[in-house]
Design a protein around this ligand. Sequence first.
Ligand code: NAD
Length: 354
Amino acid sequence: MQSTIAILPGDGIGAEVTREAVKVLRAVEQKFGHDFALPEALIGGAGLDAENDPFPQQTADICADAAAVLLGAVGGPKWDSVPTESRPEKGLLRLRAALGVFANLRPVAPHPILSGASPIRADLLQGVDIMVVRELTGGIYFGKKERTADSATDVCTYTRPEIERVLRIAGKLAQGRKNKVTSVDKSNVLETSRLWREVTEELMPREFASVELEHLLVDAAAMHLLSRPADFDVIVTENMFGDILTDEASMLAGSMGMLPSASLNEGSVGLYEPIHGSAPDIAGQDKANPCATILSAAMLLRLSLGLEDESAAIEAAVNTVLSNGLRTGDIAAKGDQVVGTAAMGDAIAAAITA
Ligand code: NAD
């Protein structure tokens, strides 16, 4: 049976890194005998340039028919003066809304061979394997906003169902991992956090009795992520805390070019993308690290298509290529062999079919 994966390259290095992920998906197709339809569509600045719309109708239609969506990145200086309502980032928000995705998953499992690329000491990185689950559609980013010349207000709201559905994703993930969930809030100060903690304490023992539950205040969590990162399994938190903590956690792995992400809804359709942006400073130069996008494709196969062996084959191929010494510039140390985006993708695809 044919599975459709919508490919949205977007802007800047987005086109370069998704091209390599497509190469890898084709290698998986060949190795495991699958049939993937991989239609491409415009989003972000590319959509604005071609259709005067950062999320054109044709893109919406292609995504609506797909089992999953793989995105590069959107945005760049070319569109910085475009009015807020039609900026490239608006295309991404509309895509998330169209898919109804509410939980953003960011795994952080630094490759031991790359420990030199992280600012954190190598001994602290041993055994680090964290899955951060960030609530994506609620909280202060989406609350009512008010502004006068001398005052400003951002309202933070959470409802019980919003908290429950993201906790269920975290609980299920923990069951397939090390059976531990750390819930992060600021319940000593914020009412929304007090509700978050109350719902967590009710739901987790009831629905995930075998999963160990830990609570941390967000300020302490920021510290523990650096001082004892190997102690974490699944971290679940609200939108703004997750936004900040995931960027902090990305430094455990050294480069944004290594980190994938998945955004999930209640069904199986998901949006998969690297955590980095369009990197205009290196766009078009064959310098971008495609691993984050290739590892996002691996998450896609596992979480949206249920293809565990195929997903593991991609992850193993990335490990093989890194172990063989290939490095893009962002993860290279002195004396390493530096290769370009396309050569890195070729090597990973070849490791799958080998
Ligand atoms: P960025 O992530 O694009 O780049 C930050 C730094 O990391 C740059 O020096 C870049 O060269 C480097 N980098 C990023 N990805 C890399 C990769 N795969 N390989 C090697 N190096 C890599 O962040 P930015 O510069 O703040 O933003 C650039 C544009 O991207 C902006 O328009 C921003 O709005 C947009 N953006 C989009 C998304 C998204 O599409 N989800 C996310 C973040 C930023």
